[in-house]
Write a protein that binds this ligand. Structure first.
Ligand code: 13P
Ligand code: SF4
Length: 352
């Protein structure tokens, strides 16, 4: 379990705790500055009756100091669904904050940076989904949570990386539309034994015929996970033959197949915690490796930090403080979109 200090309001105490956990990861002068900021945020959070949700990709000083809960997309959606606080501050990206608002229309949901987007969420519009539904009438639409509210509103059910296969199988239909991540869709198709087509791309090789398909995908990509290659895996294994490689399912099927494990960000954390090997490489946002290293000092985390999520990295302690001080940036979703999106998100949460 990764320890978090979201209730600590004394800067001196936070500094000592952060030093204990992050001395090998973050320079000391920075820890002092960050502890001061974090203590101010934690005090304001109590004053304003706010809860802070932090995604596993948050940078180590933020991750270990201010969230009341940390986790993957599904975990944080569940936390958002059950909070009794007046304000939810989402230290993650816009689609995650939108999911919190979809589930909590009467609460104020704040996103510390307006620049925290996502290449997957930007890859598809509500009009695209409506067009697909016209092309494949009656076929249920499964939408990855990495989408905006208007896209969720056109969907039958959402999924995250931790429940995608279970959601697809729960529908019990001959065919599903699965949007918008091409690689997640291909990984789910492989896991559930389904033949997938990408009609908006056109066939790319002989195996992608229009015959006998059970999944219909969309060519969205995560700009981070698509960068990991079989060459990276071969190089790392050559240099460190005992390394255990973990890949997020937004990586290509070839990369997932060449890895030792694939799962959501929570599942990867659990895997490292429960596995005895000395050395690991995560094919995902680099901050998560730092957070796991801090909590598991006896394990070595190799890092490919040239590949970063520019959106997650927009969220800083400085912006989070300003967000709470000024009540910015407030997430708003028109009610006719929110209520339809809520059905798709709640249906997913009911499945688990
Ligand atoms: P998780 O749901 O696994 O936390 O993934 C979210 C994400 O954006 C991965 O890039
Ligand atoms: Fe989106 Fe990829 Fe960043 Fe996750 S890592 S938020 S999927 S761009």
């Amino acid at each position: 379990m990764i320890p978090i200090l979201g209730n600590e309001t004394s800067a001196d105490r936070l500094y000592i705790e952060l030093q204990y956990m992050l001395a090998d990861v973050v320079p000391d002068f920075e820890l002092k500055l960050k502890a001061d900021l974090a203590a101010r945020i934690n005090r304001l959070k109590v004053e304003k009756n706010a809860v802070i949700l932090g995604h596993n990709y948050m940078e180590p000083t933020l991750f270990h100091s201010i969230p009341d809960y940390v986790g993957d997309s599904l975990d944080l959606a569940r936390r958002a669904a059950t909070t009794n606080k007046d304000i939810i501050v989402f230290c993650g990206v816009r689609f995650m904050a939108e999911t919190a608002k979809i589930l909590n229309p009467s609460k104020t949901v704040l996103l510390p940076s307006e620049k925290a987007g996502c290449s997957l969420a930007a890859s598809i519009t509500a009009a695209d989904v409506r067009q697909l539904k016209r092309t494949f009438p009656g076929v249920p639409v499964v939408t990855y949570v990495n989408t905006y509210a208007d896209v969720k509103a056109e969907s039958d059910i959402c999924c995250t990386s931790s429940n995608a296969a279970a959601v697809v199988e729960s529908l019990n239909t001959a065919t599903v539309i699965f949007l918008p991540d091409e690689y997640l869709a291909r990984n789910v198709a492989r896991e559930t034994g389904r033949h997938i087509i990408f009609p908006t791309k056109g066939p790319r090789n002989g195996s992608e015929t229009e015959l006998d398909y059970q999944m219909i995908g969309w060519p969205g990509r995560c700009e981070v996970h698509e960068k990991f290659t079989l060459g990276d895996i071969a190089d790392i294994r050559k240099q460190f033959p005992d390394v255990i490689i973990l890949a997020h399912p937004e990586c290509s099927p070839e990369v997932v197949a060449a890895s030792d494990y694939s799962g959501s960000t929570n599942a990867m954390i659990r895997y490292v915690e429960q596995t005895k090997a000395p050395r690991y490489l995560l094919l995902t946002e680099c901050s998560m490796g730092e957070n796991i290293a801090a909590a598991n000092p006896e394990k070595e985390m190799l890092r490919l930090c040239s590949v970063r999520c520019p959106h997650m990295n927009q969220i800083t302690l400085e912006d989070t403080l300003e967000s709470l001080e000024k009540n910015q940036h407030v997430i708003e979703i028109p009610e006719n979109i929110r209520s339809r999106a809520a059905q798709a998100v709640e249906r997913m949460i009911a499945i688990g």
